[in-house]
Ligand binder design. Structure first.
Ligand code: HEC
Length: 152
């Protein structure tokens, strides 16, 4: 009886140590990652992008560099359309963002398209891990953007 108790205590100790270490790791990683995003490339080569999406890029440069580096959204880990859609809405609703719903939509279209092309490896990796509904959503959203903007 006593022996089991000791083993359980030892297990709990190891377990909470692992939890604390994991938490530290997550925080250290995220700080490190933000610094990595901020120090990455500060522009996107849009020369081959459909014309209207180049306008979205101009808007993105103006609006998304007001509070942090433009490098942050350029190099961050968001890739799937739904991730961008949700995050841009959050940014739009921050006080003083100066981003209208129409502008947010154009920026979203640019970023979703950009991720599917420039961050293709990350996009494909996230897509492969997504559930069926998320996959269908991503396909539909990218399809809409291509149908609306693809160069003829
Ligand atoms: C009103 C200020 C403001 C504007 C404008 C703004 N951001 Fe942010 N952004 C923040 C703050 C503050 C953070 C830190 C995280 C948070 O508070 O959500 C952040 C963090 C981020 C991150 C890092 C999030 C992560 O976890 O990887 C990305 C990406 C980002 N913003 C993208 C954008 C994009 C895209 C736009 C333009 C649509 C934009 N931001 C406009 C304030 C702003």
């Amino acid at each position: 009886m006593k022996k089991i108790h000791v083993i359980l205590l030892a297990l709990c100790g190891a377990c909470s140590a692992a939890l604390i270490a994991a938490d530290d790791d997550v925080q250290a990683l995220s700080k490190e990652q933000l610094a990595k995003f901020d120090s990455g490339p500060t522009s996107v080569d849009v020369s081959a992008y459909p014309g209207a999406l180049k306008d979205g890029y101009t808007l993105f440069r103006q609006k998304c560099s007001a509070c942090h580096t433009l490098a942050r959204p350029i190099n961050c880990n968001f890739a799937l359309p739904d991730e961008w859609s949700r995050y841009i809405k959050r940014m739009m609703h921050k006080p003083g963002s100066g981003i209208s719903p129409g502008q947010a939509k154009k920026i979203y279209e640019f970023l979703a398209y950009d991720s599917s092309v420039r961050k293709k490896a990350l996009y494909d990796e996230k897509y492969a891990r997504a559930d069926a509904a998320t996959k269908a959503d991503a396909d539909a959203r990218i399809g809409e953007i291509l149908a609306a903007y693809a160069q003829k």
